[in-house]
Ligand binder design. Sequence first.
Ligand code: 5AD
Ligand code: SF4
Length: 434
Amino acid sequence: MRIYMETYGCQMNEYDSGMMKAMLRASGHTLVGDAARADAVIVNTCSVRERAETRVLGRLRHLRGLAGRDAILGVVGCVAQRMGDALAREVKGISFVVGTDQYALLPDVLESARNGLVRFETTVDPTESYVARPDATEAGLCEFVSVARGCDNYCSYCIVPYVRGRERSRPARAVVREVRRLAELGTRDVTLLGQNVNSYRDGSADFADLLKVVNDVDGIERIRFATSHPKDLSEGLVAAMADLPKVCEHLHLPVQSGSTRTLERMNRSYAREQYLSLVDMVRERVPGAALTTDIIVGFPGESEADFEETLSLMENVRFDSAFMFRYSVREGTKAAKLPDDVPEDVKIRRLTSVIELQKAITSELNGKLAGSTVEVLVEGPSERDPSSLFGRTRTGKAVVAPGPGALAGRLVPVRIERVTAWTLHGAMAENGRR
Ligand code: 5AD
Ligand code: SF4
């Protein structure tokens, strides 16, 4: 069959879509880039915020209209997991729903759909072994590798533990095998993924141990990981970041709020001061580390004073960048039982304030890089200006510099000359090395 797939949401969904595509190719299907010409349209969905979910439902209806009358329409991912057969009532003409834990069934479910059988596979099996992607046959320069699935934290606002199941770590052996395979196919930069990646455990090996073995894989130049929970950020992990040459100086450490009172009600299991001491530890041990975060404004009961504490924490830490959200009620979570009592206009005002503040901090921090020389992994030509190359620093910042995109895959030193909103502009300091 010709299959068209669309992906929404987080990096884990990106990874899962890659895994499903590999599985479908291995079963003899072809992936196409046009829904109107496909025999089956599959949408990998996100339900972390209500808006993401509404958008996906709209998109499904649109795709139903776009695809041929006989085409199969399937929904996978978090909305599939959360809504199950209720999805078929929301969107007419759905042929299957496969939840986050049942991707191994996908080829079989497609076969059923071809025979006119509608299936809903949304069991979350706590004993389910880790669904891994079949051996890759092609790989990009930068790839994700999933190392843990699910989440046991139950932050009170979050739907993830309900749609992704209990936390399971993938055996280190399997992770290393996949990273080796990717390196052979040309990958230079890997991001190890888990909803709560730093609580990874395989027997006696923890996440720092996993970083050590991945660091030994030939061909890999850079290792990143996401997302880390502050409560599981151990000294051992920070030491591994400091000591392992391939592990990049970048930590995504969602704080969510700067108010201890709010953090308690979010069930985050740390206080403002504890978060700040973790930041101190990282800054001390990993000089030049970029810190990024997630912030929620307008959580139930968030007072003006609580919100001010978020602003002051941002001033204090000076994150390199942040994903900022206004609180959105997710049915079935603990926080859904609390009154959603911050008025919408206040949420919007608070969100605008954090975005403005972060913008100022980001441009100030990036501005300081002018005059310095950074190591850039070239990803290809710049989209805006094909005579320039595009790449990223070890801290994940975008860089554009005159030069051939054909240097893709090389590490080149670039001297930064000027900085615009999100991009560093510079000139290559010398020819890159492989
Ligand atoms: N409302 C708003 N933001 C949320 N996030 C998770 N759940 C919600 C919610 N109900 C945010 C958190 C998390 C990021 C992936 O999405 O900041 O870290
Ligand atoms: Fe959600 Fe909290 Fe788990 Fe992150 S750590 S996925 S915010 S429950």
